[in-house]
Design a protein around this ligand. Structure first.
Ligand SMILES: Nc1nc2c(ncn2[C@@H]2O[C@H](COP(=O)(O)OP(=O)(O)OP(=O)(O)O)[C@@H](O)[C@H]2O)c(=O)[nH]1
Ligand SMILES: [Mg+2]
Length: 202
C-alpha cells in the first residue's frame, strides 16, 4: 500500500465537498455524522490545513488578511463532517465582529452535537497565546477530544520544529503524541493528522 489516501487512513478525502455556511449557532442543524472542527487564532492556517487534508487548493477560502472565515463552514468527506471556524484574537476586526466570531466558536462547541475531535491550531513559530491556552482549557472542560496542530512548519528547520513540539506539549501539559507538526504548504503531518481523525471518527 502506498503513502497516499489508503485504507490505513480510514477516510477517503478525495471527494470532499462544501456543505453549508452558518452565521448563527441557532441555525445549525443537528449532527448527522461525526464532526472534526478546526479552531485557532485568526490567520493561523485553519482553512489552509483543511485544503491540505482534502488535497484541494481552495475548497476552504484562504487569505493573507486575517479574519477571512466569518461563518461556521461545514465540509463533508466520506461521511465525516469537517468544520472550519472563524479565528479568534484578531485585533483589527471591529469589536462587534470579534464578539460575533467568539460567539460562533463557543456556541458551536457548547451545542450538543457529535464532537468527535477538535484540531486546535497554534503557529509553530510562537508559544501558545493566553487565548490559545484558554481555548485548550475550554475544550478540556467540555470534554471534547482534541489534538494540537502546530502550523506553518515550513517556516522552521526540522530540528527547531521538533523542539517547539516538545515545548508546546510541556507548556500545555499534553503527551507529545497529541501535538502534530504540520505544514499545509509542504504536506508535513498530514499522515499523523489523518490517523488522529480516523481514530476519533470510527
Ligand atoms: N508558509 C505557510 N503559510 C501558510 C501555511 N498555512 C497557511 N499559511 C498562510 O497563512 C495565511 C492564513 O491562512 P488561512 O488558512 O486563511 O488561515 P485561517 O486560520 O483560516 O484564518 P482566518 O479564517 O482568518 O481565521 C495565508 O496567507 C496562508 O497562505 C503553511 O503551512 N505554511
Ligand atoms: Mg479561515
Amino acid at each position: 500500500m502506498g503513502d497516499g489516501v489508503g485504507a490505513h487512513e480510514g477516510i477517503d478525502y478525495r471527494r470532499a465537498a462544501f456543505v453549508a455556511a452558518y452565521s448563527n449557532v441557532r441555525a445549525l442543524p443537528a449532527s448527522t455524522m461525526p464532526e472534526v472542527a478546526f479552531l485557532g487564532r485568526s490567520n493561523v492556517g485553519k482553512s489552509s490545513l483543511l485544503n491540505a487534508l482534502f488535497s484541494r487548493k481552495a475548497l476552504a477560502k484562504v487569505s493573507s488578511k486575517p479574519g477571512k472565515t466569518a461563518t461556521i463552514n461545514f465540509f463533508e468527506a466520506d461521511g465525516v463532517a469537517f468544520v472550519d471556524l472563524p479565528g479568534y484574537g484578531f485585533a483589527k476586526v471591529s469589536n462587534a465582529e470579534r464578539a460575533a466570531y467568539a460567539a460562533l466558536i463557543s456556541g458551536y462547541f457548547e451545542d450538543e452535537r457529535s464532537h468527535n475531535l477538535a484540531v486546535q491550531l497554534v503557529d509553530i513559530r510562537r508559544d501558545p497565546s493566553p487565548l490559545d491556552v484558554e481555548s485548550v482549557e475550554a475544550l478540556g472542560e467540555l470534554g471534547i477530544p482534541f489534538v494540537i496542530a502546530l502550523t506553518k512548519a515550513d517556516k522552521l528547520s526540522r530540528s527547531k520544529a521538533l523542539s517547539q513540539r516538545a515545548r508546546v506539549a510541556r507548556l500545555l501539559e499534553l503527551e507529545p503524541e497529541r501535538v502534530i507538526v504540520t505544514s499545509a504548504e509542504k504536506g508535513d503531518g498530514m499522515r499523523e493528522l489523518r490517523r488522529a481523525i480516523a481514530e476519533a471518527t470510527t
